[in-house]
Design a protein. Structure first.
Length: 169
């Protein structure tokens, strides 16, 4: 069986695609409820269920007390996939991040010193400071309090029929 299960937030927004085994575990533990099922059945010695196609979390897990994890993709999301020097939006493959205070000058790789940059602007700024290069970020880098949840990209043409009612239009 190669079925996958679509996981929804408590508000029926797709947030992840799971292995069906993980969905069964979540149902058994009571952390999620089944919203749609496949025709196939799965059995244990004590119970027989239909395989879950879509499940919904009963509630969201508590927020991470340590804040948003620093990562390249999260920096891009914080900055809206927009180069902080020229202001243009770019696809992920054409972005990099830039140290506002260069590492050569003691700059750290953290939320407060990294901004999204396109490859051209990052090359033009190089390892110079903003004053030396004459390039200043449009928005000062900051630690985000939260980032929006990004759901999985699901192609309706290849998604199981059971998922269609829950996919964004």
């Amino acid at each position: 069986m190669t079925h996958r299960t679509l996981l929804l937030s408590p508000w029926y927004v797709p947030i992840q695609i799971l292995r069906w085994e993980d969905a069964v575990k979540m149902r058994y533990e009571g952390t999620a409820e089944v919203v749609a099922e496949y025709q196939e059945q799965i059995s244990s010695p004590s119970v027989t269920w239909r395989m879950p196609a879509v499940i919904r979390l009963r509630r969201l897990p508590s927020r991470n007390k340590r804040g948003v994890k620093f990562s390249r993709v999260n920096v891009y999301q914080r900055d809206g996939h927009r180069c902080q020097y020229c202001g243009n939006r770019f696809p992920l493959a054409q972005l990099s991040y830039d140290h506002v205070v260069p590492r050569a000058a003691g700059g750290k790789t953290n939320w407060s010193n990294i901004v999204t940059a396109c490859r051209d602007c990052n090359t033009r700024k190089g390892s110079r400071t903003c004053d030396e290069s004459g390039m200043f970020p449009l928005n000062l880098p900051r630690v985000p309090k939260f980032l929006p949840v990004r759901g999985p990209r699901i192609d309706p043409a290849t998604a199981p029929l059971e998922w269609h009612a829950f996919l964004p239009i």
